[in-house]
Design a protein around this ligand. Structure first.
Ligand code: PLP
Length: 399
């Protein structure tokens, strides 16, 4: 049986072009990019050209791009680096309740070291309100960090507006753009952000590589110290093949963004229409059809009442369909998702949540097969659920 991959928010397959671009740097061109000889110079030249390419894809200058081991490190660096650098100015950080754990747990750690963190509420579709942000800022606020697009429900936050609010109060603004990069067209200068995190494996690049954009003139403390790499700002031998692969993947993602988004959103829309018309008592989490321009084009998150997400996921897996019961990083945890609770999904229903995230290699046939399997799995599990009584249910499907 061919397996069907509907979990592109967790990771994407490496594109052939990125793989081919990386290959020489695993073989003949293996030099350490910091070595003072020909092998080293070849590596350094590849890193330089990757940095220029990524900067141009994001609208940044090359010296504003720093390579890291991925989104998690970039998020840690932005938060801890700012917290340490601006300790004398203040100890207050503002974020939202629906951030990825790379931000959320870093904030929790900073609280242990004397920082105050405000976690902003979101509305029922997951949007952070600029006026709530304005109200939360104090004279001790040093940083606002709001994610660009949510990994579970796909909500795209009004980053430009939020950033303007922070800047009006002379507060730095960071955004975790790990899910947005390659799916939302943006330019860091237009957005106005001071720092922005991205990660290669979310846009058909390699895993274990990412970057942090730090606007020229912004000084934050180092997170990983050691050698002189990344212009002395991040120690550790540069992962040349991964840097090259990420640059190639991003170049292609930006080049094909409109075409891919149109295709992937057509698959997602077909899936959502079919699922909501064939299964009752479900919530479609995140922005609805009228606000699809504020939702990641590939994301469909459903909460199915009366049944457990894990059971659905397991049955889908047996049918050859790979999806996710929450964010990949927190699966395995029995805690209901913070994001779902924050948008008002009841605890019991939150447990019945599955995220489907489509990709450019999926087909209409795969979508139709996934719907067919999902409908039969939900019906079978509900037939066994003591809670589900079709005749007495009152809730209509929320599209
Ligand atoms: N931030 C968001 C919004 C994510 O979705 C993820 C990964 O799922 C991360 C950060 C972590 O990125 P990485 O896997 O590159 O460490």
């Amino acid at each position: 049986m061919e397996r069907i991959y509907l979990d592109h928010a967790a990771t994407t397959p490496l594109s052939k072009e990125a793989f081919e671009a990386m290959y020489p740097y695993f073989s003949n061109t293996f030099g350490n990019a910091n070595s003072q000889h020909g092998f080293g110079r070849d590596g350094a030249a590849a890193v330089l050209s990757a940095r220029e390419s990524i900067a141009s894809s994001l609208g940044a200058k090359p010296n504003e791009i720093y390579f890291t081991s991925g989104g998690t490190e970039s998020d840690n660096w932005a938060l801890k680096g700012t917290a340490l650098a601006l300790r004398d100015k203040g100890n207050h950080i503002i974020t939202s309740k629906i951030e990825h754990s790379a931000i959320y747990t870093t904030c929790k750690q900073l609280e242990k070291y004397g920082y105050d963190v405000t976690y902003l509420d979101v509305d029922s579709d997951g949007f952070v309100s600029p006026s709530d942000l304005e109200k939360a800022i104090t004279d001790k606020t040093i940083l606002v960090s709001i994610m660009f697009a949510n990994n579970e429900i796909g909500t795209i936050e009004p980053i430009k507006e939020l950033c303007e609010v922070a800047h009006a109060h002379k507060v730095l603004f960071h955004t975790d753009a790990v899910q947005a990069t390659g799916a939302v067209r943006y330019n860091v200068k237009d957005l106005g952000v001071d720092m922005l995190s991205f990660s290669g494996h979310k846009f058909y690049g390699p895993k274990g590589i990412g970057g942090l954009y730090i606007r020229s003139g912004i000084k934050i403390e180092k997170l990983i110290i050691g050698g002189e790499q990344e212009r002395t700002n991040r120690g550790g031998t540069t992962n040349v093949p991964a840097v090259v692969g990420m640059a190639k993947a991003l170049e292609i993602a930006i080049r094909d963004l409109d075409k891919n988004n149109e295709y992937v959103s057509s698959l997602r829309n077909r899936f959502v229409e079919k699922v909501t018309s064939q299964i009752d008592e479900i919530y479609f989490n995140g922005p609805k059809a009228k606000d699809y321009d504020k939702r990641l084009p590939n994301n469909a998150s459903f909460s199915f009442r009366y049944i457990e997400g894990e059971s659905i996921l397991f049955s889908l897996d047996l049918a050859g369909i790979s999806a996710s019961s929450g964010s990949a990083c927190s699966s395995g945890s029995l805690e209901p998702s913070r994001t779902l609770l924050s948008i008002g999904v009841p605890v019991g229903t939150a447990h019945g949540t599955i995220r489907f995230s489509f990709g450019k290699n999926n087909t209409v046939e795969e979508v139709d097969y996934a719907v067919e399997q999902l409908v039969s799995i939900v019906n079978r599990l509900r037939a066994m659920s003591p809670l589900y009584r079709p005749s007495t249910t009152t809730m209509k499907t929320i599209k």
